[in-house]
Design a protein around this ligand. Structure first.
Ligand code: GLV
Ligand code: MN
Ligand code: MN
Ligand code: MN
Length: 428
C-alpha cells in the first residue's frame, strides 16, 4: 500500500462536477414521474433506457461492458496484472417512487468519471478496475432490496428467483428474462452472478449521505465504518368486515385497527430501546376494502426496522411480532407474518477506510468517519470482499424525495476522492 500511495500522490485529477451533475440530470430524465421526481423501477422501460445510457458512458470511458444473468452491469478497465482480483466501485440506478436524481446514480456515474480522470492523468492500474451498476438495490418492485448484490454474494436461492413477485405476479426471473437477462436454468443464473472467491479484491461505493450530518457540520466527506442492519417484515390481518353503520362496535373485528396498533407498537418498541441508532418505520399501510362506510376487513403492513446493533434490532423485531400475536388474539382477527429479510450489519474494511482517508487528506478535504444508516449494495459486497463507502453531503440531508440535491463541488470532491481511493487499492 505504501508504494502505491507514493505513486498516486502525483496523480493530477481533472474532474468536472458540473459535467457529472449534468449526466446525473440526463439519467434522471428516464423516469415514470415528471422531473424533478425520479421513479425508475427495475426492468421497466425507463430502467432499460437508463441502463443503455450507463453502458454508453462506460463505453465512452473506454470500459469493456459485461452484464451478468441478473442484469448487474460491469465496465472493466484492464489492469497490468492479469491475475489480480478486481477493485470495484458501483451503486444502483433504480429509484423508488418519487425519489431524486442522486441516490445510487452518483455511485454509478461517479466511478465512470473517476476512471476517465485516472486514465487522462496517465495512471495505469495494476489490478483491473470495474465500474458496477447493480440490479434492484431498491425493494420497490420485488419487495427485497439489493437483489443483484445478494446474488453476487451467493445469498439468493433458485426458489427466490420465482418467489419474488411484483404486484402483477411477475417473478424476478420472468422480469429479468423479459429485460434480456436470465439464463437457461435457475442454477445458471445463480452461478453466472456469483462472484468467485478472490474475484473482488476491494469494493468502494460513492453515495450521497442521505442524512444531514456532513452538511450541518460543514464536513466535506464521510468515510463509512459500518452499515446498519435492516430487517423488513410484512404483516397481514383479516377480519370479517361489515357495514359501518349497522355493525355494532362490540361485534367488530376491525383489521385496520389491529394494523394501527401494530404501527404504533413499532414506534414504541424502537423508542423503548433509548438508542439513537435504532429506527422503525411502517412505510406501507393498506386496508381493504378501503372505503368510508365499510369496516376494514383486510390490512397489510410493511415494517422496516434497523440498527447498527443486530441483537438490539432483533429484539425490536421480536417485540413487534409479539404485539402482532397479542393484538390478533385480543381483536379476534386472523393474522400472517412474512419475514422479508433480516440481514446482518456490515463492518467496513480497514484497508478501504485507510485508502479513502489518505485520499481525503491528499485532497485537503475535511472528513469524518460515520456509519451508514441506509443500506446499500455495500452491505452484501462486504460479505465477500473488503468494502468501504465514501459519502458526500446532500442538501438538508434530503433523500428519497424529488428535491434531493448535491452540489457540483461536492460531487467533484467525492469523485476525486473515489478516484484516488481506487488508484491506491488497485496499485500501479
Ligand atoms: C436504501 O434505499 C435504504 O432503504 O436504506
Ligand atoms: Mn434509495
Ligand atoms: Mn442508494
Ligand atoms: Mn436504496
Amino acid at each position: 500500500l505504501v508504494t502505491s500511495i507514493c505513486t498516486v500522490r502525483s496523480i493530477k485529477l481533472d474532474v468536472s462536477g458540473e459535467a457529472i451533475a449534468s449526466q446525473l440530470l440526463h439519467l434522471a430524465t428516464f423516469t415514470d414521474d415528471p422531473n424533478p421526481a425520479v421513479t425508475r423501477i427495475v426492468f421497466t422501460e425507463n430502467d432499460l433506457l437508463a441502463r443503455g445510457y450507463v453502458k454508453e458512458l462506460m463505453t465512452a470511458a473506454g470500459l469493456t461492458v459485461r452484464e451478468d444473468p441478473m442484469g448487474n452491469i460491469f465496465g472493466r478497465w484492464e489492469g497490468t496484472d492479469p491475475n489480480a482480483g478486481a477493485v470495484v466501485s458501483g451503486s444502483h440506478a433504480d429509484a423508488i417512487p418519487l425519489a431524486g436524481a442522486y441516490d445510487g446514480t452518483l455511485g454509478v456515474i461517479g466511478p465512470i468519471a473517476a476512471v476517465a480522470a485516472l486514465r487522462r492523468a496517465g495512471y495505469r492500474p495494476r489490478a483491473p478496475i470495474d465500474v458496477l451498476m447493480f440490479t434492484s438495490e431498491e425493494p420497490t418492485r420485488f419487495g427485497l432490496g439489493c437483489i443483484g448484490s445478494r446474488g453476487m454474494a451467493g445469498e439468493l436461492t433458485a426458489a427466490l428467483l420465482d418467489e419474488k413477485l411484483d404486484v402483477n405476479g411477475t417473478s424476478f426471473k420472468e422480469a429479468s428474462t423479459a429485460a434480456g437477462y436470465g439464463g437457461s436454468s435457475h442454477q445458471e443464473i445463480l452461478d453466472g452472478t456469483l462472484i468467485a472467491k478472490g474475484g473482488v479484491a476491494a469494493f468502494v461505493e460513492l453515495h450521497i449521505e442521505q442524512g444531514p450530518l456532513l452538511e450541518a457540520e460543514g464536513t466535506q466527506l464521510g468515510i463509512v465504518t459500518a452499515i446498519a442492519a435492516p430487517a423488513a417484515l410484512r404483516v397481514f390481518f383479516s377480519g370479517d368486515g361489515g357495514h359501518a353503520g349497522a355493525l355494532l362496535m362490540p361485534n367488530r373485528n376491525d383489521a385496520g385497527l389491529a394494523a394501527a396498533e401494530v404501527a404504533l407498537a413499532v414506534e414504541a418498541s424502537v423508542l423503548e430501546t433509548g438508542a439513537i441508532d435504532a429506527v422503525g418505520t411502517t412505510g406501507l399501510f393498506e386496508i381493504g376494502p378501503n372505503t368510508v362506510n365499510s369496516v376494514p376487513r383486510e390490512a397489510k403492513l410493511e415494517i422496516d426496522i434497523r440498527d447498527i446493533d443486530a441483537t438490539r434490532r432483533d429484539a425490536i423485531v421480536a417485540s413487534v411480532l409479539q404485539t402482532v400475536e397479542e393484538v390478533a388474539a385480543r381483536r379476534k382477527v386472523r393474522h400472517r407474518v412474512e419475514m422479508i429479510n433480516q440481514d446482518a450489519p456490515a463492518t467496513c474494511s480497514n484497508q478501504v477506510i485507510q485508502a479513502a482517508t489518505e485520499a481525503a487528506q491528499e485532497l485537503g478535504a475535511s472528513h469524518k468517519q460515520m456509519v451508514s444508516r441506509a443500506y446499500h449494495d455495500s452491505l452484501f459486497m462486504a460479505r465477500f470482499a473488503p468494502t468501504g463507502m465514501i459519502f458526500i453531503p446532500c442538501r438538508n440531508g434530503w433523500s428519497h424525495r424529488p428535491d434531493e440535491f448535491a452540489t457540483p463541488e461536492d460531487i467533484e470532491r467525492g469523485v476525486k476522492a473515489l478516484a484516488l481511493t481506487l488508484a491506491k487499492l488497485a496499485g500501479s
